[in-house]
Structure formats: structure tokens, C-alpha cells
Design a protein around this ligand. Structure first.
Ligand SMILES: Cc1cc2nc3c(=O)[nH]c(=O)nc-3n(C[C@H](O)[C@H](O)[C@H](O)COP(=O)(O)OP(=O)(O)OC[C@H]3O[C@@H](n4cnc5c(N)ncnc54)[C@H](O)[C@@H]3O)c2cc1C
Length: 404
């Protein structure tokens, strides 16, 4: 006889989306189990730059659009959580930077002033006084330099913080030992798991797929092609990220804005301390988007050229360059555009969840709580067996540690 385990919600995937939702639901006494096949955050979350932004970078084209409106409150929301005063307790998460800078090239000065003076941006961006420039820029650039209300988090510590409290509810699975069983019309019946000759059946009222780039393979198993419902379609937007390891101490958190106002800064830089005592600059933005057309060697060369052009005073002689390709996996949009907010896509008892940005995890968490409420799914009374024999998956290694 199989052991039957009843859960309110089963979450598959422990990146920022799955972990945030776990914290929201477990905090409301839902009986939740989260399963991951790899260390938590493997994929996009651990590879993210950790920027919690208010959408200003999306407003570079000249006006605030729906995308920037949806995330405008997020830096304040996360700051409250970091102090233990939000919907999820993030005390213990390491704050890498309390501010983020935007550095436009000189030729943009007049257009930038008009843009930043617009009513929509008032209070969200401020011009930095030369005496208050961060050490990296002091007496180096003519300015202007702007400060955004954005913050930067150390993602490994964020993932630890989100998983520590609910460790017993987070398990690593091997899909060779288990299968999601479905009905003919695509409803999930149960997850069947085999361990040491014993059969376990896990049933939940809702099955959440928060598997990032892994969602596609998972869904194709549930709905063999061409049966994947339209609502569950996925898109990828690829990036080629660069890591520069060096011993320059002054941290750098900046969007370098190109000579033309476009939706994407030419380079977006974050700084991450490495366990070997060195510092890693992590480079995203347009460099990463256009880099998908370049080989690793070409991307490292392009990154070096860009940094030398931007910061000619730097000695990068001893720097070590690494790059890697990664997909942003999201809900499919018309024309493959960036999704404007977090979203949930339902097919019977399956909910496919996309934060679309690390920043928007709270938004996704709230949508999910509201969704369950609208379906009248409330915490059950069953407090069932935990699967003690399954291990905790651990936390993924960030790319600046993995790069050797
Ligand atoms: C390079 C890069 C930089 C970024 N920087 C930022 C930023 O600075 N700020 C920002 O707001 N957003 C940023 N983003 C976007 C952000 O990282 C993502 O939107 C977010 O992390 C997605 O989280 P997720 O939980 O949906 O997916 P993921 O983080 O990819 O997590 C998916 C999880 O599911 C697990 N999984 C996969 N398949 C299976 C399976 N079959 N069974 C069980 N488990 C499975 C994986 O192991 C993983 O743990 C960045 C994205 C990239 C790629």
C-alpha cells in the first residue's frame, strides 16, 4: 500500500518564485511542500544581479510605462522586508548596496535633465553632488551622476534566508524516482515517488510550477506536444553575462547609459565579494543582450573594451574574465516583449508562476495569495508526514564563485 501524503499546495521549483510563495503560504498556515531537483536558485535567481529596482531603467526611453509603474514600489517593499516589517521576513539577507547609480554620457546631459525633471520621476531619482560621489567615481568623471532608490542584495544570502525557516518543507527530488500523474484532460492527479521499494503518493489541492527555464521540459512531460495549452506558453530572452574578477576595492553599482536613450543601459554593473578575497564585477545590460551573438572569447574582449572605454583610469592588467550564456524564462508575450509584471497562468489544478524579475517576487506572492483566496482554498487541517528521507537541496553557487 502506498503512503498517501496530502498537502494544500505542492511547489515545484525553489528559485525566488517558489521560495517567496512558500514563505507567504507557510506563514498563513498552509501545508506546503517545495521540491527542487537541484540546489535552490539554480538557473536565473542565483545568476541575477540582485538589483531590486523601481523600474527607472525601463523609463530611459523618455516616459514611464506600465512596466515601471508595476514595480515602482518594490524597493520600499523589499526594504521593509529586510527590516522584518514586510510580508516576508528577510532579516539576515545581506544588503550589498543601499543605492544604485545612473551615469549618462556627457552628450546626454540636457536631455537627461529634462527627463529626470519630469513629474513622473520626481522623488525617485536625484542628482548626486560631486562631494558625495562614491569613491570609485570621485574626481574621475565630470558628471552628472544620478542616484536611484534601488538596492542590491546578495542573492545567496537571500535564498538562505527564505529557506532557513521552512527547511523541513523543502526537499530535493530525483525525477528518475518520481512522476507527475495526470488525467487525460491534463489535470494533475498526484506525484508518485518511489523510495527504497516503498511507494509514496503526494496529493495537493494546487500544484505550482515555479521551475523557471525548467518549466518547459516539465510541462512537455505533462502535456506531450502539441497539447501544451496556449495559456502555458513560455518565451526565452537570452543573455551572455560577463564576470570580471580583480582586486579593486571600491564597489561599483551603476547603469552606464549610452549616447542614445534606449530601454537598456549599455552596461549594468554590480559588485560581489568572492570567497578568495577578490572582487567580482558582474556585467549585464546591452552588453549581455548583444553578447548572445558573440562567442565567450569575443564577449570577454567586448567587455574589456567597454570597461576600458568607460573607465580609462582603471588598471585591469590582472583581471580575470569569464562569461556564460543564460536564458530569462518568462510567460510568452505578444512579440516576445519583456513581460510587464509577475503573472500566474492556470490550467485546472496547475498554476504556472512567473515573477518575471527578482524584484517582482512580492508581487507574484500577493497574486498567488489572492488567487487561492478567490478559489476559496484555505489552509487545511491535515498536517501530514514530511518526507524525512529526502535531503534539503542546498543553495546554488553564484556564478562569480562557480567561474574558475
Ligand atoms: C543574468 C540575469 C540577471 C538578472 N538580474 C536581475 C536583477 O538584478 N533584478 C531583477 O529583478 N531580476 C533579475 N533577473 C531576473 C530574475 O533573476 C528572474 O526573473 C527570477 O530569478 C526568476 O526566478 P524563478 O524562481 O522563476 O526561476 P529560477 O530562479 O530559474 O528558479 C527555478 C528553480 O526551479 C528548479 N527546477 C527547474 N526545473 C525543475 C524540475 N523539473 N523539477 C524541480 N525543480 C526544477 C531549478 O533548480 C531552480 O531552483 C535576472 C535574470 C538573469 C538571467
Amino acid at each position: 500500500m502506498p503512503v498517501i501524503i496530502e498537502k494544500d499546495v505542492l511547489i515545484i521549483g525553489g528559485g525566488i518564485a517558489g521560495l517567496w510563495i512558500l514563505n507567504r503560504l507557510a506563514g498563513q498556515s498552509f501545508d506546503v511542500l517545495l521540491l527542487d531537483k537541484q540546489p535552490l536558485g539554480s538557473g536565473q535567481s542565483i545568476a541575477s544581479q540582485g538589483m531590486i529596482h523601481g523600474g527607472i531603467k525601463y523609463a530611459l526611453a523618455g516616459s514611464l510605462n506600465a512596466a515601471s509603474q508595476a514595480i515602482a514600489d518594490m524597493p520600499d517593499h523589499w526594504s521593509a522586508c529586510l527590516k522584518g516589517q514586510g510580508d516576508v521576513d528577510l532579516q539576515g539577507t545581506r544588503l550589498l548596496s543601499e543605492q544604485y547609480f545612473m551615469w549618462p554620457r556627457n552628450s546626454l546631459r540636457s536631455r537627461f535633465n529634462a527627463f529626470l525633471g519630469s513629474k513622473a520621476l520626481r522623488g525617485k531619482v536625484s542628482s548626486v553632488d560631486k562631494d558625495d560621489y562614491p569613491a570609485f567615481f570621485r574626481n574621475r568623471i565630470p558628471g552628472p551622476l544620478y542616484q536611484l532608490k534601488d538596492i542590491v542584495l546578495d542573492v545567496p544570502s537571500l535564498l538562505s534566508c527564505l529557506s532557513d525557516k521552512y527547511r523541513a518543507q523543502i526537499k530535493q527530488i530525483n525525477w528518475q524516482d518520481c512522476i507527475l500523474e495526470t488525467t487525460a484532460d491534463g489535470e494533475i492527479k498526484q506525484l508518485r515517488l518511489k523510495h527504497q521499494g516503498e511507494d509514496y503518493i503526494i496529493r495537493a489541492r494546487r500544484y505550482l510550477i515555479t521551475s523557471g527555464d525548467g518549466a518547459k521540459a516539465l510541462l512537455e512531460n505533462i502535456f506531450p506536444t502539441p497539447k501544451l495549452p496556449e495559456t502555458l506558453q513560455i518565451q526565452h530572452r537570452p543573455l551572455h553575462m560577463t564576470i570580471v574578477k580583480h582586486t579593486i576595492r571600491d564597489p561599483l553599482y551603476v547603469h552606464c547609459v549610452a549616447d542614445q536613450l534606449t530601454a537598456t543601459p549599455e552596461v549594468t554593473i554590480t559588485t560581489h565579494p568572492c570567497s578568495d578575497g577578490r572582487t567580482a564585477w558582474y556585467l549585464g545590460g546591452e552588453l549581455a543582450e548583444s553578447g548572445t551573438q558573440r562567442s565567450a572569447a569575443e564577449q570577454n574582449q567586448a567587455a574589456e573594451k567597454k570597461l576600458r572605454e568607460l573607465f580609462p583610469w582603471l588598471d585591469l592588467g590582472q583581471a580575470e574574465w569569464h562569461s556564460f550564456f543564460i536564458n530569462r524564462a518568462e510567460a510568452k508575450t505578444a512579440g516576445g516583449k519583456r513581460p510587464e509584471s509577475a503573472s500566474i497562468h492556470q490550467h485546472k489544478n496547475l498554476l504556472l508562476c512567473w515573477p518575471s524579475k527578482l524584484t517582482l517576487a512580492p508581487n507574484l506572492g500577493q497574486q498567488l495569495v489572492d488567487h487561492l483566496q478567490s478559489e476559496k482554498i484555505i489552509p487545511g487541517t491535515n498536517k501530514s508526514t514530511s518526507l524525512e528521507f529526502l535531503p534539503f537541496p542546498g543553495i546554488a553557487l553564484p556564478p562569480w564563485e562557480a567561474a574558475t
